[in-house]
Design a protein around this ligand. Sequence first.
Ligand code: GLN
Length: 202
Amino acid sequence: MKIGIIGLQGAVSEHLEATRRAMRKLDIEGEAAWVGRPEQLEGVDGIIIPGGESTTIGKLMVMTGLFERVKRLAADGMPIFGTCAGLIVLAKRGDEQIVRTRQPLLGLMNTDVVRNAFGKQRESFEVDLEIPVLGKKQFRCVFIRAPAVREAWGRAQVLAKFQEKIVAVRQDNLIAVAFHPELTSDTRLHEYFLQTCRRAGG
Ligand code: GLN
C-alpha cells in the first residue's frame, strides 16, 4: 500500500510518521511518501491533506497541478484524509472569509466550513473526545486554530462533535477532522483511514 501525503506546507513529516506507525500496527506492507507534484500520486492507494494554512495549501495545489489531479482521483473513489486545513480544502462551501478571498476548495465533501471556529482566546487546546467509529476509548484531539463544519449534508456523516460543532466527518472514502491526529501517539484515526484505503483497493 502506498499513501501520499500532500507536502506543500504544514504538518507533513508528522503525518508520514503517524501513517508508518499505523501501517506497522495493522501489519500493512507499505510506504508513506511525500508528494509535491502530480506524478508522485502515481500508484497511491490513499492521500492525506495535512494541517497548515488552507489558503497556502490550496494555492500551491493549484500551482503544482495537484489540485486538478486530486479532484480527478477523488472522482474515481480515491480515499482522502484531510486534517485541520485539509478539512477546509476538502469542503464544498465555506464562511464569508473563504468566499471573499476565493481560496481554492476541492469541493469534494458535502460540508460547509468555518475557519478558526473556536475563537482567538482558544487558539490551541486539547480535549478528549468520543469518536464512536474508533471504539469506546476517547481520542485526544489537538486543536490548533481549528476550523469546524457548520453543516454536513447528503452522504456526509458526522463522526464527532465538540461544543455543538462538527469536528469529524466521513463521506464514502473521504474523511476529514478539524484537529491534528498526527500530533498524538494514538494512531487509531490513521488506522481507520488505512482500513478505508484497504477496502477501496479491493
Ligand atoms: N486556521 C488554519 C486555516 O484556516 C487551519 C489551522 C491548522 O491547520 N492547524 O487554514
